[in-house]
Every structure is written in structure tokens, then in C-alpha cells.
Design a protein. Structure first.
Ligand code: CDP
Length: 229
């Protein structure tokens, strides 16, 4: 069994906030794997590469690591610097979804992601953590919420949507990314057969966090793993 609590789900399903809060509660590390795809897209845009056909030699030049930022939190570093808000633009989100369709990119990031789980339990959030990266994860959660609710959440996140975007535009952008993520041939977005499905439509953030922490605690207990504080 891998020391990983896998939290998968579509865009703006609440994964990042919930995964971070679960990790804080358990006092363990949190890895947002979407940032890795976003970092690859950002590096390719900066290098003037064609995002639809990246090659391994370019990927091998990228340095991806987690390091402590100014406030002491662990954050992704790309080629020695924190990309910060540059990762969260709509252009980089669309680019991430495009590079994520390429087997060469997924294969490169598979090794990077597996390197993050070791002796200590980690919370890892993404699209294929429970299906491909850690099929034997200790806990697997698949989060969803209605498309309308996800669009509302995304619009409320600063810097994540183009200035002045309407709810309908954001909903379209999310739907396009969901389609690309679910229909791609490699590692499509889908729940693992043994994942616990949680629909957070209509849940407050606190209720969603409480629900996931409760399910995680029960699953860890059933497996005889003791890490709860
Ligand atoms: O924050 P949001 O849910 O909008 O996206 P993200 O988690 O930052 O992921 C950005 C894109 O990376 C997604 O649309 C996926 O195409 C891709 N991704 C993936 O394919 N596999 C993962 N494990 C994580 C992200």
C-alpha cells in the first residue's frame, strides 16, 4: 500500500482547498499535481515551444522541486524560482490541459510524482492519482460538484479567470477542459473503481473538509494506519 491519500476530481471541484486542509489536519505534506502540469505548460510558453508536441529532451531540462517559500509553506519551484501567480492564469490552465494529453509529459511527471511519496504519508491531489500514479493508495477520494457550482467557485478565485469573464464563459472553459481531460487516451479523468465518490454540490467548504477528513480517518483506521493527531 502506498503512503498516499489520493484526492482526484475535475476542475474547481474544491480539490486544492480540501486537500490542503486535510494535510494540515493530519500534519503531513500536500502535493498539488496540477501545478506540475501547469509548470510544464508555463515553461513551454516561456521557451516559445509548441505546446501540442513537447519532447522528452525539453522536459528533461526542467527542474521541478518543492521548497519552502517566504511564509514557510512548501511550494513548487520551476527552474530555481517560485512561479507563484503565473501558474494560475487561464492561458496556463488551458496549456496544462493540452500538455497533459501527451504520453511523453505524463510519463515524465509520473516519475516526478512517485518520487514524492515515501516513508511518510502525503496528500496528493490531481486527476489520475488513484488510477495511475498510486493505484494502491491508502485512501482514494473522487470529488465532484455540478458544472454550475464549479463555475461559480472558479469565478470567485482571484486571477483564475480572464478579467470581466461571465459565469457562462467560465462554465464553457471548465466544460472544455473536463471534456479534454475525460476523453484523452492516456490517464483520462475518471474515478478509480475503489475510490470513495463525494459530490460537494451545495456543501460549504467547512462541511466538505469535515466530510473528507471523516472518510479519510475511517479508511485509515480500517487499514490499521495511525496518523491522525
Ligand atoms: O485547479 P484546477 O482543477 O483547475 O486544475 P489543476 O488541478 O491545476 O490541473 C490543470 C490541468 O492539468 C488539468 O486540466 C489536467 O488537464 C491536468 N492534470 C492532469 O492531467 N493530471 C493531474 N494529476 C493533474 C492535472
Amino acid at each position: 500500500m502506498s503512503n498516499c491519500i489520493a484526492i482526484d476530481g475535475p476542475a474547481a471541484s474544491g480539490k486544492s482547498t480540501i486537500a490542503r486542509r486535510v494535510a494540515e489536519k493530519l500534519n503531513i505534506a500536500y502535493i498539488n499535481t496540477g501545478s506540475l502540469y501547469r509548470a510544464v505548460a508555463l515553461a513551454a510558453i516561456r521557451a516559445g515551444r509548441d505546446l501540442s508536441s513537447l519532447d522528452r529532451s525539453f522536459l528533461d531540462t526542467l527542474k521541478l522541486e518543492y521548497a519552502e517559500n517566504e511564509s514557510g509553506a512548501y511550494e513548487l519551484k520551476l527552474n530555481g524560482a517560485f512561479p507563484g501567480a503565473a501558474l494560475r492564469t487561464a492561458e496556463v490552465a488551458a496549456g496544462a490541459s493540452l500538455v497533459a494529453t501527451q504520453p511523453v509529459v505524463r510519463d515524465f511527471l509520473l516519475g516526478v510524482q512517485r518520487g514524492f511519496a515515501g516513508e511518510r504519508m502525503v496528500v496528493m491531489e490531481g486527476r489520475d492519482i488513484g488510477t495511475v500514479i498510486f493505484p494502491d493508495a491508502a485512501v482514494k477520494i473522487f470529488l465532484t460538484a455540478s458544472p454550475e457550482e464549479r463555475a461559480r467557485r472558479r469565478l470567485a478565485q482571484d486571477g483564475e479567470s480572464p478579467d470581466g469573464a461571465t459565469l457562462a464563459e467560465v462554465a464553457r472553459e471548465i466544460a472544455a477542459r473536463d471534456k479534454q481531460d475525460s476523453e484523452r487516451a492516456v490517464a483520462p479523468l475518471k474515478p478509480a473503481p475503489d475510490a470513495i465518490l463525494v459530490d460537494t454540490t451545495g456543501f460549504s467548504l467547512d462541511k466538505a473538509v469535515e466530510t473528507i477528513i471523516g472518510l479519510t480517518a475511517r479508511k485509515l483506521q480500517e487499514s490499521g494506519i495511525c496518523i491522525m493527531k
